[in-house]
Design a protein around this ligand. Structure first.
Ligand code: CA
Length: 593
Protein backbone atom coordinates (compact mmCIF):
# COMPACT_ATOMS: atom_id res chain seq x y z
CA UNK A 1 0.00 0.00 0.00
CA UNK A 2 1.32 3.41 -0.92
CA UNK A 3 1.99 5.92 1.73
CA UNK A 4 -0.42 8.92 1.53
CA UNK A 5 2.40 11.22 0.56
CA UNK A 6 3.51 8.85 -2.24
CA UNK A 7 -0.07 8.70 -3.59
CA UNK A 8 -0.20 12.46 -3.53
CA UNK A 9 3.07 12.55 -5.47
CA UNK A 10 1.81 10.06 -8.06
CA UNK A 11 -1.45 11.96 -8.48
CA UNK A 12 0.47 15.17 -8.81
CA UNK A 13 2.67 13.67 -11.55
CA UNK A 14 -0.42 12.58 -13.49
CA UNK A 15 -1.91 16.06 -13.18
CA UNK A 16 1.40 17.55 -14.23
CA UNK A 17 1.54 15.37 -17.34
CA UNK A 18 -2.05 16.21 -18.25
CA UNK A 19 -1.46 19.93 -17.82
CA UNK A 20 1.80 19.81 -19.73
CA UNK A 21 0.05 17.94 -22.50
CA UNK A 22 -2.64 20.64 -22.72
CA UNK A 23 0.02 23.32 -22.43
CA UNK A 24 1.84 21.81 -25.40
CA UNK A 25 -1.26 22.12 -27.54
CA UNK A 26 -2.12 25.57 -26.29
CA UNK A 27 1.10 27.49 -26.64
CA UNK A 28 1.15 29.83 -29.59
CA UNK A 29 4.19 28.25 -31.17
CA UNK A 30 4.53 26.48 -34.42
CA UNK A 31 5.13 23.08 -32.84
CA UNK A 32 5.19 21.15 -29.59
CA UNK A 33 8.85 20.45 -30.37
CA UNK A 34 9.67 24.13 -30.03
CA UNK A 35 7.70 24.30 -26.77
CA UNK A 36 9.66 21.39 -25.27
CA UNK A 37 12.89 22.94 -26.51
CA UNK A 38 12.11 26.26 -24.89
CA UNK A 39 11.07 24.41 -21.68
CA UNK A 40 14.42 22.65 -21.62
CA UNK A 41 16.19 25.96 -22.15
CA UNK A 42 14.16 27.47 -19.31
CA UNK A 43 14.95 24.64 -16.91
CA UNK A 44 18.58 24.68 -17.87
CA UNK A 45 18.89 28.32 -16.96
CA UNK A 46 20.50 28.30 -13.48
CA UNK A 47 18.71 31.37 -12.11
CA UNK A 48 15.31 30.10 -13.18
CA UNK A 49 16.07 26.67 -11.82
CA UNK A 50 17.11 28.05 -8.44
CA UNK A 51 13.84 30.03 -8.35
CA UNK A 52 11.89 26.83 -8.93
CA UNK A 53 13.88 25.09 -6.19
CA UNK A 54 12.91 27.85 -3.81
CA UNK A 55 9.20 27.29 -4.59
CA UNK A 56 9.69 23.57 -4.03
CA UNK A 57 10.88 24.17 -0.50
CA UNK A 58 7.78 26.17 0.42
CA UNK A 59 4.40 24.75 1.52
CA UNK A 60 2.55 21.41 0.96
CA UNK A 61 2.99 19.37 -2.19
CA UNK A 62 -0.23 20.36 -3.93
CA UNK A 63 0.58 24.05 -3.57
CA UNK A 64 4.09 23.22 -4.64
CA UNK A 65 2.80 21.53 -7.79
CA UNK A 66 0.48 24.41 -8.68
CA UNK A 67 3.30 26.86 -8.12
CA UNK A 68 5.63 24.83 -10.27
CA UNK A 69 3.12 24.46 -13.08
CA UNK A 70 2.05 28.09 -12.96
CA UNK A 71 5.64 29.21 -12.99
CA UNK A 72 6.57 26.75 -15.67
CA UNK A 73 3.56 27.71 -17.81
CA UNK A 74 4.32 31.38 -17.53
CA UNK A 75 7.96 30.84 -18.32
CA UNK A 76 7.17 28.61 -21.28
CA UNK A 77 4.62 31.03 -22.65
CA UNK A 78 6.66 34.17 -22.14
CA UNK A 79 9.89 32.64 -23.29
CA UNK A 80 8.20 30.96 -26.19
CA UNK A 81 6.44 34.12 -27.23
CA UNK A 82 9.50 36.27 -26.89
CA UNK A 83 11.65 33.82 -28.80
CA UNK A 84 8.98 33.39 -31.48
CA UNK A 85 8.58 37.14 -31.75
CA UNK A 86 12.29 37.72 -32.05
CA UNK A 87 12.85 34.80 -34.48
CA UNK A 88 13.11 36.65 -37.79
CA UNK A 89 10.46 35.76 -40.31
CA UNK A 90 12.10 34.87 -43.60
CA UNK A 91 12.00 37.92 -45.83
CA UNK A 92 10.05 38.10 -49.04
CA UNK A 93 12.45 38.43 -51.92
CA UNK A 94 11.83 40.60 -54.97
CA UNK A 95 14.50 40.24 -57.64
CA UNK A 96 14.25 42.64 -60.57
CA UNK A 97 16.56 41.83 -63.46
CA UNK A 98 16.53 44.41 -66.24
CA UNK A 99 17.69 43.56 -69.75
CA UNK A 100 20.78 45.27 -71.23
CA UNK A 101 20.67 48.08 -68.66
CA UNK A 102 24.12 49.63 -68.55
CA UNK A 103 26.22 50.77 -65.60
CA UNK A 104 25.55 54.40 -66.51
CA UNK A 105 21.82 54.20 -67.24
CA UNK A 106 20.51 55.20 -63.80
CA UNK A 107 20.54 58.48 -61.93
CA UNK A 108 22.02 56.77 -58.88
CA UNK A 109 24.91 55.54 -61.05
CA UNK A 110 25.62 58.93 -62.53
CA UNK A 111 23.17 59.37 -65.43
CA UNK A 112 22.22 63.00 -65.81
CA UNK A 113 19.84 63.01 -68.78
CA UNK A 114 17.67 60.13 -67.62
CA UNK A 115 15.44 60.41 -64.59
CA UNK A 116 15.05 57.24 -62.54
CA UNK A 117 13.49 58.38 -59.24
CA UNK A 118 12.06 55.01 -58.24
CA UNK A 119 15.28 53.07 -58.75
CA UNK A 120 17.19 55.95 -57.15
CA UNK A 121 14.85 55.55 -54.16
CA UNK A 122 15.99 51.93 -53.83
CA UNK A 123 19.58 53.15 -53.71
CA UNK A 124 18.70 55.87 -51.19
CA UNK A 125 16.97 53.37 -48.93
CA UNK A 126 19.41 50.54 -49.60
CA UNK A 127 22.93 49.68 -50.68
CA UNK A 128 24.46 50.37 -54.07
CA UNK A 129 27.24 48.11 -55.30
CA UNK A 130 29.88 49.53 -57.63
CA UNK A 131 31.73 46.31 -58.55
CA UNK A 132 28.89 43.85 -59.24
CA UNK A 133 28.87 41.61 -62.30
CA UNK A 134 26.60 39.43 -64.33
CA UNK A 135 27.92 35.90 -64.83
CA UNK A 136 28.14 36.58 -68.56
CA UNK A 137 28.05 39.60 -70.84
CA UNK A 138 25.27 37.81 -72.74
CA UNK A 139 21.62 37.32 -71.88
CA UNK A 140 21.02 33.54 -71.76
CA UNK A 141 24.23 32.42 -70.03
CA UNK A 142 23.88 35.38 -67.64
CA UNK A 143 20.40 34.20 -66.62
CA UNK A 144 21.65 30.64 -66.34
CA UNK A 145 24.34 31.80 -63.89
CA UNK A 146 21.95 33.96 -61.90
CA UNK A 147 19.38 31.20 -61.44
CA UNK A 148 21.73 28.24 -60.82
CA UNK A 149 24.67 29.94 -59.08
CA UNK A 150 26.93 28.15 -61.54
CA UNK A 151 29.47 29.56 -63.97
CA UNK A 152 28.01 29.23 -67.49
CA UNK A 153 31.35 27.76 -68.61
CA UNK A 154 30.37 24.55 -66.79
CA UNK A 155 27.60 24.23 -69.37
CA UNK A 156 29.72 25.41 -72.31
CA UNK A 157 27.18 28.25 -72.52
CA UNK A 158 28.24 31.45 -74.37
CA UNK A 159 25.50 33.04 -76.41
CA UNK A 160 21.80 33.76 -76.76
CA UNK A 161 19.85 30.59 -77.51
CA UNK A 162 17.37 30.19 -80.35
CA UNK A 163 13.70 29.28 -80.14
CA UNK A 164 14.26 25.53 -80.50
CA UNK A 165 16.82 25.16 -77.70
CA UNK A 166 15.77 22.62 -75.04
CA UNK A 167 15.74 23.65 -71.38
CA UNK A 168 19.32 24.51 -70.41
CA UNK A 169 18.95 23.77 -66.69
CA UNK A 170 19.14 20.13 -65.60
CA UNK A 171 16.26 18.77 -63.55
CA UNK A 172 18.48 17.97 -60.58
CA UNK A 173 20.19 21.37 -60.50
CA UNK A 174 19.14 23.68 -57.69
CA UNK A 175 17.94 27.13 -58.69
CA UNK A 176 17.21 30.25 -56.69
CA UNK A 177 13.53 29.33 -57.05
CA UNK A 178 13.78 25.67 -56.04
CA UNK A 179 15.96 26.46 -53.03
CA UNK A 180 13.51 29.08 -51.76
CA UNK A 181 10.54 26.86 -52.57
CA UNK A 182 12.06 24.11 -50.45
CA UNK A 183 12.07 26.59 -47.55
CA UNK A 184 8.33 27.21 -47.94
CA UNK A 185 8.36 30.16 -50.32
CA UNK A 186 5.75 30.84 -52.97
CA UNK A 187 7.72 31.45 -56.18
CA UNK A 188 6.98 33.18 -59.47
CA UNK A 189 8.77 34.46 -62.53
CA UNK A 190 7.18 37.28 -64.50
CA UNK A 191 8.97 38.33 -67.68
CA UNK A 192 11.76 37.07 -69.87
CA UNK A 193 12.80 33.41 -69.68
CA UNK A 194 15.23 32.69 -72.58
CA UNK A 195 16.57 29.47 -71.06
CA UNK A 196 14.77 26.98 -73.32
CA UNK A 197 11.86 24.58 -73.04
CA UNK A 198 11.47 20.82 -73.27
CA UNK A 199 14.02 18.03 -73.46
CA UNK A 200 14.35 17.85 -77.24
CA UNK A 201 13.92 20.43 -79.97
CA UNK A 202 11.10 22.68 -78.75
CA UNK A 203 7.71 21.89 -80.30
CA UNK A 204 5.68 25.09 -80.03
CA UNK A 205 2.42 23.22 -80.61
CA UNK A 206 2.81 21.15 -77.46
CA UNK A 207 2.91 22.10 -73.76
CA UNK A 208 6.19 23.95 -73.14
CA UNK A 209 7.78 21.73 -70.52
CA UNK A 210 10.00 21.22 -68.76
CA UNK A 211 10.50 24.95 -68.28
CA UNK A 212 10.33 27.42 -65.38
CA UNK A 213 7.76 25.37 -63.46
CA UNK A 214 10.02 22.34 -63.46
CA UNK A 215 12.98 24.20 -61.94
CA UNK A 216 11.24 25.67 -58.92
CA UNK A 217 8.74 28.31 -59.98
CA UNK A 218 5.08 27.92 -58.99
CA UNK A 219 3.99 30.36 -61.67
CA UNK A 220 5.33 31.77 -64.94
CA UNK A 221 3.98 34.52 -67.12
CA UNK A 222 6.26 36.03 -69.67
CA UNK A 223 7.99 35.85 -73.00
CA UNK A 224 9.69 32.63 -74.02
CA UNK A 225 12.88 33.96 -75.64
CA UNK A 226 13.77 37.60 -76.25
CA UNK A 227 11.67 40.59 -77.30
CA UNK A 228 13.73 41.09 -80.48
CA UNK A 229 13.29 37.52 -81.70
CA UNK A 230 10.66 34.88 -82.40
CA UNK A 231 8.15 33.94 -81.33
CA UNK A 232 6.78 37.24 -79.99
CA UNK A 233 4.03 35.70 -77.86
CA UNK A 234 3.21 35.41 -74.16
CA UNK A 235 3.50 32.13 -72.31
CA UNK A 236 1.63 31.34 -69.09
CA UNK A 237 2.91 28.30 -67.21
CA UNK A 238 3.13 25.62 -69.93
CA UNK A 239 0.93 27.27 -72.55
CA UNK A 240 1.22 29.94 -75.21
CA UNK A 241 -1.44 32.55 -74.42
CA UNK A 242 -4.30 32.45 -76.95
CA UNK A 243 -2.89 29.38 -78.65
CA UNK A 244 -5.50 27.70 -80.85
CA UNK A 245 -4.67 24.11 -81.87
CA UNK A 246 -6.73 24.72 -85.02
CA UNK A 247 -4.21 27.43 -86.02
CA UNK A 248 -0.87 25.93 -84.98
CA UNK A 249 2.60 27.43 -85.17
CA UNK A 250 4.27 26.82 -88.53
CA UNK A 251 8.09 26.88 -88.62
CA UNK A 252 9.47 28.81 -91.60
CA UNK A 253 6.30 30.82 -92.16
CA UNK A 254 6.13 34.59 -91.87
CA UNK A 255 4.45 35.70 -88.65
CA UNK A 256 1.87 38.45 -88.13
CA UNK A 257 3.89 40.00 -85.32
CA UNK A 258 4.40 43.80 -85.26
CA UNK A 259 7.38 45.22 -87.15
CA UNK A 260 9.83 47.47 -85.28
CA UNK A 261 13.34 48.74 -85.86
CA UNK A 262 15.90 46.35 -84.34
CA UNK A 263 13.39 43.48 -84.10
CA UNK A 264 13.70 40.45 -86.38
CA UNK A 265 13.07 36.78 -87.09
CA UNK A 266 9.75 37.56 -88.76
CA UNK A 267 10.02 34.53 -91.03
CA UNK A 268 11.25 32.01 -88.47
CA UNK A 269 7.88 30.83 -87.26
CA UNK A 270 4.32 31.85 -88.16
CA UNK A 271 0.76 30.61 -87.84
CA UNK A 272 -0.86 30.97 -84.39
CA UNK A 273 -2.38 34.29 -85.41
CA UNK A 274 -4.32 34.88 -82.17
CA UNK A 275 -1.22 34.25 -80.06
CA UNK A 276 0.90 36.68 -82.10
CA UNK A 277 -1.82 39.32 -82.25
CA UNK A 278 -2.35 39.32 -78.49
CA UNK A 279 1.27 40.34 -77.97
CA UNK A 280 1.72 44.09 -78.50
CA UNK A 281 5.32 45.22 -78.08
CA UNK A 282 4.42 48.61 -76.63
CA UNK A 283 2.28 46.95 -73.93
CA UNK A 284 4.84 44.47 -72.62
CA UNK A 285 6.30 46.66 -69.84
CA UNK A 286 2.87 47.65 -68.59
CA UNK A 287 1.70 44.04 -68.78
CA UNK A 288 4.64 42.68 -66.79
CA UNK A 289 4.32 45.37 -64.10
CA UNK A 290 0.60 44.62 -63.81
CA UNK A 291 1.12 40.86 -63.65
CA UNK A 292 3.83 41.21 -61.01
CA UNK A 293 1.68 43.46 -58.82
CA UNK A 294 -1.34 41.18 -59.29
CA UNK A 295 0.69 38.12 -58.26
CA UNK A 296 1.86 39.80 -55.02
CA UNK A 297 -1.69 40.92 -54.26
CA UNK A 298 -3.06 37.44 -54.91
CA UNK A 299 -0.43 36.04 -52.57
CA UNK A 300 -1.47 38.50 -49.87
CA UNK A 301 -5.10 37.50 -50.23
CA UNK A 302 -4.53 33.77 -50.33
CA UNK A 303 -1.42 33.11 -48.25
CA UNK A 304 -0.30 36.27 -46.47
CA UNK A 305 1.77 34.28 -43.97
CA UNK A 306 3.79 32.56 -46.67
CA UNK A 307 7.02 34.28 -47.74
CA UNK A 308 7.34 34.86 -51.47
CA UNK A 309 10.03 35.06 -54.10
CA UNK A 310 9.14 37.08 -57.17
CA UNK A 311 11.58 37.27 -60.06
CA UNK A 312 10.66 40.09 -62.40
CA UNK A 313 12.77 39.82 -65.55
CA UNK A 314 11.90 42.86 -67.65
CA UNK A 315 12.33 43.18 -71.40
CA UNK A 316 13.26 46.83 -70.81
CA UNK A 317 15.66 47.98 -72.09
CA UNK A 318 16.47 45.37 -74.76
CA UNK A 319 15.75 46.36 -78.36
CA UNK A 320 13.25 46.92 -79.97
CA UNK A 321 12.61 50.07 -77.98
CA UNK A 322 8.89 49.97 -77.43
CA UNK A 323 7.83 51.90 -74.34
CA UNK A 324 4.15 52.63 -73.82
CA UNK A 325 3.13 55.81 -75.68
CA UNK A 326 3.03 57.92 -72.51
CA UNK A 327 6.81 57.54 -72.09
CA UNK A 328 7.75 58.50 -75.64
CA UNK A 329 9.66 61.76 -75.72
CA UNK A 330 9.99 61.85 -71.93
CA UNK A 331 13.76 61.45 -71.71
CA UNK A 332 15.35 63.83 -74.18
CA UNK A 333 17.63 61.08 -75.48
CA UNK A 334 15.36 59.12 -77.69
CA UNK A 335 13.62 55.85 -77.22
CA UNK A 336 16.62 54.48 -75.33
CA UNK A 337 15.95 56.89 -72.48
CA UNK A 338 12.18 56.56 -72.81
CA UNK A 339 12.48 52.80 -72.32
CA UNK A 340 14.60 53.37 -69.19
CA UNK A 341 11.88 55.72 -67.95
CA UNK A 342 9.28 53.00 -68.41
CA UNK A 343 11.53 50.56 -66.53
CA UNK A 344 11.76 53.03 -63.67
CA UNK A 345 7.97 53.38 -63.65
CA UNK A 346 7.67 49.56 -63.46
CA UNK A 347 9.95 49.49 -60.42
CA UNK A 348 7.82 52.24 -58.89
CA UNK A 349 4.69 50.12 -59.37
CA UNK A 350 6.29 47.25 -57.47
CA UNK A 351 7.58 49.49 -54.65
CA UNK A 352 4.14 51.07 -54.28
CA UNK A 353 2.61 47.62 -54.06
CA UNK A 354 5.00 46.65 -51.27
CA UNK A 355 4.22 49.89 -49.42
CA UNK A 356 0.46 49.48 -49.86
CA UNK A 357 0.50 46.02 -48.33
CA UNK A 358 2.95 46.84 -45.53
CA UNK A 359 5.52 44.51 -47.06
CA UNK A 360 8.42 46.88 -47.60
CA UNK A 361 10.01 46.29 -44.19
CA UNK A 362 10.30 42.54 -44.59
CA UNK A 363 11.11 42.35 -48.28
CA UNK A 364 14.63 42.03 -49.61
CA UNK A 365 14.67 43.81 -52.96
CA UNK A 366 17.53 43.30 -55.40
CA UNK A 367 17.67 45.31 -58.61
CA UNK A 368 20.22 44.46 -61.30
CA UNK A 369 20.72 43.86 -65.04
CA UNK A 370 21.63 40.76 -67.09
CA UNK A 371 24.53 42.46 -68.93
CA UNK A 372 25.87 45.89 -69.85
CA UNK A 373 24.52 48.39 -72.34
CA UNK A 374 24.67 47.74 -76.09
CA UNK A 375 25.83 50.25 -78.68
CA UNK A 376 23.16 49.42 -81.25
CA UNK A 377 21.55 52.12 -83.36
CA UNK A 378 19.26 53.34 -80.58
CA UNK A 379 22.19 53.28 -78.15
CA UNK A 380 24.30 55.28 -80.62
CA UNK A 381 21.47 57.79 -80.90
CA UNK A 382 21.40 58.21 -77.11
CA UNK A 383 25.20 58.52 -77.09
CA UNK A 384 25.05 61.35 -79.59
CA UNK A 385 22.65 63.11 -77.24
CA UNK A 386 25.28 62.90 -74.51
CA UNK A 387 24.11 59.82 -72.64
CA UNK A 388 26.79 57.30 -71.57
CA UNK A 389 25.20 53.84 -71.42
CA UNK A 390 27.93 52.26 -69.35
CA UNK A 391 29.17 55.42 -67.67
CA UNK A 392 32.94 55.73 -67.98
CA UNK A 393 33.48 52.02 -68.51
CA UNK A 394 35.12 50.63 -71.63
CA UNK A 395 33.17 48.16 -73.74
CA UNK A 396 29.63 46.97 -74.28
CA UNK A 397 27.24 44.02 -74.04
CA UNK A 398 28.77 40.69 -75.23
CA UNK A 399 32.31 41.87 -74.52
CA UNK A 400 34.98 41.10 -71.91
CA UNK A 401 35.70 44.75 -71.11
CA UNK A 402 33.99 46.06 -67.98
CA UNK A 403 31.07 47.73 -69.77
CA UNK A 404 29.89 44.31 -70.89
CA UNK A 405 29.29 42.81 -67.46
CA UNK A 406 29.71 45.35 -64.65
CA UNK A 407 26.09 46.18 -63.95
CA UNK A 408 23.89 48.19 -61.59
CA UNK A 409 23.23 46.22 -58.41
CA UNK A 410 21.10 47.66 -55.62
CA UNK A 411 19.90 45.91 -52.48
CA UNK A 412 17.18 47.18 -50.14
CA UNK A 413 16.07 45.51 -46.93
CA UNK A 414 15.00 48.08 -44.31
CA UNK A 415 16.49 47.42 -40.90
CA UNK A 416 19.03 44.96 -42.24
CA UNK A 417 20.76 46.71 -45.16
CA UNK A 418 22.13 50.18 -44.31
CA UNK A 419 20.21 52.82 -46.25
CA UNK A 420 22.05 55.19 -48.56
CA UNK A 421 25.23 53.12 -48.41
CA UNK A 422 27.66 52.06 -51.11
CA UNK A 423 29.79 48.93 -51.33
CA UNK A 424 32.88 48.33 -53.42
CA UNK A 425 32.80 44.57 -52.74
CA UNK A 426 33.24 42.24 -55.70
CA UNK A 427 29.85 40.62 -56.24
CA UNK A 428 28.46 38.36 -58.94
CA UNK A 429 24.88 37.44 -59.71
CA UNK A 430 25.89 33.80 -59.24
CA UNK A 431 26.12 34.71 -55.53
CA UNK A 432 22.39 35.33 -55.27
CA UNK A 433 21.41 31.67 -54.78
CA UNK A 434 23.70 31.30 -51.78
CA UNK A 435 22.93 34.74 -50.39
CA UNK A 436 19.16 34.38 -50.69
CA UNK A 437 19.38 30.93 -49.09
CA UNK A 438 21.24 32.49 -46.14
CA UNK A 439 18.65 35.27 -45.82
CA UNK A 440 15.78 32.80 -45.98
CA UNK A 441 17.24 30.07 -43.78
CA UNK A 442 17.16 27.76 -46.80
CA UNK A 443 19.71 25.15 -47.73
CA UNK A 444 21.50 24.64 -51.04
CA UNK A 445 22.29 20.95 -51.41
CA UNK A 446 25.96 20.36 -50.58
CA UNK A 447 26.05 17.94 -53.53
CA UNK A 448 25.21 20.71 -56.00
CA UNK A 449 27.99 22.37 -58.01
CA UNK A 450 27.51 26.02 -57.10
CA UNK A 451 30.14 28.70 -57.68
CA UNK A 452 28.27 31.41 -55.79
CA UNK A 453 29.35 32.60 -52.35
CA UNK A 454 27.28 34.01 -49.50
CA UNK A 455 27.30 37.82 -49.73
CA UNK A 456 24.74 38.47 -46.97
CA UNK A 457 27.34 40.20 -44.79
CA UNK A 458 28.21 42.49 -47.71
CA UNK A 459 24.51 43.22 -48.16
CA UNK A 460 24.06 44.10 -44.49
CA UNK A 461 27.32 46.00 -44.22
CA UNK A 462 28.65 43.69 -41.50
CA UNK A 463 31.41 41.93 -43.44
CA UNK A 464 34.81 41.88 -41.79
CA UNK A 465 36.49 40.36 -44.84
CA UNK A 466 35.62 39.99 -48.50
CA UNK A 467 33.43 37.00 -49.38
CA UNK A 468 34.74 37.01 -52.93
CA UNK A 469 38.23 37.93 -54.15
CA UNK A 470 38.17 36.27 -57.58
CA UNK A 471 35.63 35.86 -60.35
CA UNK A 472 35.45 34.16 -63.73
CA UNK A 473 33.43 36.11 -66.30
CA UNK A 474 32.11 34.76 -69.59
CA UNK A 475 31.95 37.11 -72.56
CA UNK A 476 30.44 35.86 -75.83
CA UNK A 477 33.75 34.61 -77.19
CA UNK A 478 35.05 31.49 -75.37
CA UNK A 479 38.67 32.43 -75.93
CA UNK A 480 38.07 35.70 -74.10
CA UNK A 481 37.07 33.90 -70.88
CA UNK A 482 38.07 36.51 -68.30
CA UNK A 483 39.51 36.25 -64.82
CA UNK A 484 39.33 38.81 -62.06
CA UNK A 485 41.62 38.51 -59.06
CA UNK A 486 41.47 41.37 -56.63
CA UNK A 487 42.47 44.51 -58.51
CA UNK A 488 43.65 42.60 -61.58
CA UNK A 489 41.63 41.62 -64.63
CA UNK A 490 43.05 39.31 -67.27
CA UNK A 491 41.59 38.81 -70.76
CA UNK A 492 43.62 36.10 -72.56
CA UNK A 493 43.10 37.55 -76.06
CA UNK A 494 42.95 40.87 -77.92
CA UNK A 495 39.92 43.18 -78.10
CA UNK A 496 36.74 42.50 -76.09
CA UNK A 497 35.47 39.45 -77.99
CA UNK A 498 31.95 40.80 -78.31
CA UNK A 499 29.95 42.18 -81.24
CA UNK A 500 31.82 42.42 -84.50
CA UNK A 501 30.10 45.38 -86.19
CA UNK A 502 32.81 47.63 -87.66
CA UNK A 503 31.14 50.89 -88.71
CA UNK A 504 29.26 53.56 -86.78
CA UNK A 505 25.59 52.98 -87.56
CA UNK A 506 25.97 49.18 -87.42
CA UNK A 507 23.46 47.49 -85.14
CA UNK A 508 26.23 45.28 -83.75
CA UNK A 509 28.95 47.91 -83.32
CA UNK A 510 31.43 46.95 -80.61
CA UNK A 511 35.01 46.30 -79.57
CA UNK A 512 37.92 48.33 -80.91
CA UNK A 513 35.81 49.47 -83.86
CA UNK A 514 33.36 51.23 -81.53
CA UNK A 515 36.11 53.59 -80.48
CA UNK A 516 35.85 55.44 -83.81
CA UNK A 517 32.43 56.42 -82.53
CA UNK A 518 32.91 56.70 -78.76
CA UNK A 519 36.39 58.17 -78.63
CA UNK A 520 37.15 56.01 -75.58
CA UNK A 521 40.85 55.38 -75.11
CA UNK A 522 42.65 52.07 -74.83
CA UNK A 523 46.38 51.54 -75.28
CA UNK A 524 45.84 48.56 -77.64
CA UNK A 525 43.58 50.49 -80.02
CA UNK A 526 44.35 53.00 -82.73
CA UNK A 527 41.93 54.27 -85.34
CA UNK A 528 39.27 51.75 -84.34
CA UNK A 529 41.63 48.78 -84.77
CA UNK A 530 43.94 46.72 -82.59
CA UNK A 531 47.52 47.99 -82.96
CA UNK A 532 49.78 45.60 -84.84
CA UNK A 533 52.18 45.56 -81.88
CA UNK A 534 49.54 45.11 -79.18
CA UNK A 535 50.23 42.28 -76.71
CA UNK A 536 48.33 39.03 -77.38
CA UNK A 537 46.62 39.27 -73.98
CA UNK A 538 45.29 42.08 -71.79
CA UNK A 539 45.92 42.83 -68.12
CA UNK A 540 44.31 45.76 -66.30
CA UNK A 541 44.72 47.20 -62.83
CA UNK A 542 41.11 48.11 -62.10
CA UNK A 543 41.93 49.83 -58.82
CA UNK A 544 44.20 52.35 -60.56
CA UNK A 545 42.59 52.26 -63.99
CA UNK A 546 38.87 51.38 -63.85
CA UNK A 547 38.38 52.74 -67.38
CA UNK A 548 40.86 50.19 -68.78
CA UNK A 549 42.90 52.72 -70.65
CA UNK A 550 46.22 50.87 -70.27
CA UNK A 551 47.07 47.24 -70.95
CA UNK A 552 49.76 46.20 -68.44
CA UNK A 553 50.38 42.68 -69.78
CA UNK A 554 53.95 43.55 -70.81
CA UNK A 555 54.77 45.52 -67.64
CA UNK A 556 53.38 42.86 -65.27
CA UNK A 557 54.37 39.49 -66.76
CA UNK A 558 54.35 37.71 -63.39
CA UNK A 559 50.76 38.66 -62.64
CA UNK A 560 49.70 37.77 -66.17
CA UNK A 561 51.39 34.38 -66.04
CA UNK A 562 49.86 33.46 -62.70
CA UNK A 563 46.40 34.42 -63.89
CA UNK A 564 46.79 32.54 -67.17
CA UNK A 565 47.59 29.42 -65.15
CA UNK A 566 44.49 29.93 -63.04
CA UNK A 567 42.36 30.46 -66.13
CA UNK A 568 43.57 27.24 -67.72
CA UNK A 569 42.34 25.30 -64.70
CA UNK A 570 38.91 26.85 -65.24
CA UNK A 571 39.01 25.99 -68.93
CA UNK A 572 39.39 22.35 -67.95
CA UNK A 573 35.92 22.53 -66.43
CA UNK A 574 34.31 23.34 -69.79
CA UNK A 575 32.53 20.14 -70.83
CA UNK A 576 32.92 18.48 -74.23
CA UNK A 577 29.17 18.89 -74.86
CA UNK A 578 28.21 21.18 -77.78
CA UNK A 579 28.54 24.91 -77.19
CA UNK A 580 25.26 26.59 -76.28
CA UNK A 581 24.19 29.84 -77.92
CA UNK A 582 25.20 32.01 -80.85
CA UNK A 583 28.81 33.23 -80.90
CA UNK A 584 29.58 36.26 -83.03
CA UNK A 585 33.39 36.12 -83.16
CA UNK A 586 34.15 33.39 -85.70
CA UNK A 587 36.14 31.34 -86.33
CA UNK A 588 39.78 32.14 -85.44
CA UNK A 589 40.83 30.35 -82.27
CA UNK A 590 37.31 29.10 -81.61
CA UNK A 591 38.49 25.50 -81.61
CA UNK A 592 40.29 26.21 -78.36
CA UNK A 593 38.32 24.80 -75.46
CA1 CA B 1 20.47 41.16 -72.07
Amino acid sequence: MLHAEEREDQEARHQEQAILSRLGRGVPLQSLFRCVTYGAITLAHPQIYSGLSLILRLGPKTIRLVAILAGLSWLLLSWGNSVAASAPRPPNILLINADDLGYGDLGCYGATQLKTPHIDRLAREGRRFTDAHSASAVCSPSRYGLLTGQYPLRKNFWGPINLYQPLTIDAEQPTVASVLKSAGYATAIIGKWHLGFGRGRTDWNKPLKPGPLEVGFDYFFGIPTVNSGPPAVYVENHSVVNFDPADPFVPGQESVTQRWPEKGGYESIGGARAAFESYRDEEVGTTFAGKAVAWIERQQQQAADQPFFLYLATTNIHHPFTPAPRFIGSSGCGRYGDFVHELDWMVGELLSCLDRHGLAENTLVVFTSDNGGMLHQTGQHAWKRGHRLNGDLLGFKFGAWEGGHRVPFIVRWPGRVPGGSTSTALVSQIDLITTFAAAAGAVVSPDAVVDGVNQLAEFTGTATSRSRTALVISPNSPRHLTLRQGRWLLIPAQDEGGFQGKKPGDHLLGGAAAQQFTGLVNSDVIGGQIRPDAPPIQLYDLAADPRQTTNLAVQQPGVAERMLDELSSWREKIPASPRLGWIHLQPQGQEQR
